[in-house]
Design a protein around this ligand. Structure first.
Ligand SMILES: C[S@@+](CC[C@H](N)C(=O)[O-])C[C@H]1O[C@@H](n2cnc3c(N)ncnc32)[C@H](O)[C@@H]1O
Length: 241
């Protein structure tokens, strides 16, 4: 969601919420997040919960490709802590530059985006949140969640190198872009068993065609059963078969 094309009503909602947030203490917001949440934010959380439930019985990592401020990544960490607290071989790995889009393709990605988009983030907050949650997590001597900073084109191939133990139960593709989605599919699909889930945050979506272009090129639409969630229109997924 780049907030490129907002309706007047959405702009009014955002302006009103900004005022409301300015009047509230940070701790109040943290304790009652749904009071301040947007419909899209709650729908995104719900979709992540649905996907998480699909891979509860599949061992391996959850890889999030494009983390931004870490909301979905930390939701996955909470879900893992709550639903499978002793899953010592579940890791949740988030890849991002934490400095905005990288590797925008002149042909396959939109021409009204640029590298400053999504640079308004702080990976230090995410790292600290992981450490804080580790304090109360069972078997916390074994790490559960980590972030990998840098351009995915370089960090991902280096990350999987020599990792014979690595199995991926779910790949969440959310960099919005063609090239990085292609790298993800090429890097992680060979590590995904039958039943594993591949999620596209923007599929069959004109405003961000890059993820779909990579899907067609690397996987092929005829080779999968592409599905959607009725409440989160641009999100698509398939189960590896
Ligand atoms: C739509 S946001 C991710 C939102 C996040 N999944 C969530 O649920 O809140 C897209 C992210 O992809 C990251 N990104 C785009 N291209 C990248 C690349 N080549 N390497 C690393 N990160 C990249 C951006 O920095 C941005 O934070």
């Amino acid at each position: 969601m780049t907030k490129r094309r907002l309706t007047e009503a959405e702009q009014a909602f955002n302006a009103g919420r900004k005022e409301l947030l300015a009047s509230a203490e940070a701790e109040y917001v943290a304790d009652a997040p749904f009071v301040f949440a947007s419909r899209i934010g709650v729908a995104t959380a719900l979709s992540r919960i649905e996907f998480f439930k699909k891979i509860l019985e599949i061992p391996g990592a959850i890889v999030e490709w494009g983390v931004y401020r870490g909301n979905s990544l930390m939701l996955f960490m909470h879900l893992s802590m709550i639903l499978e607290p002793y899953a010592i071989n579940r890791s949740i790995i988030g890849f991002d530059t934490f400095e905005g889009f990288a590797g925008i393709d002149g042909d396959k990605d939109p021409n009204d985006i640029n590298e400053t988009m999504f640079s308004d983030t702080n990976d230090g907050y995410i790292q600290k949140a992981i450490e804080l949650n580790d304090l109360v997590r069972p078997v916390n001597r074994i790490p559960r969640c980590e972030i990998v900073k840098g351009d995915i084109a370089k960090t991902a191939p280096a990350y999987v190198e020599g990792r014979d133990d690595l199995v991926v139960a779910m790949l969440v593709l959310d960099t919005d872009l063609y090239e990085s989605t292609k790298v993800a599919l090429e890097t992680f699909l060979p590590l995904m068993p039958k039943g594993a889930v591949v999620v596209f945050d923007e599929v069959a979506y004109k405003n961000f065609p890059g993820e779909t272009a990579a899907l067609k090129e690397v996987v092929g639409l005829q080779n999968i059963e592409l599905r959607r969630l009725p409440f989160d229109p641009c999100v698509g997924y398939y189960v590896v078969s």
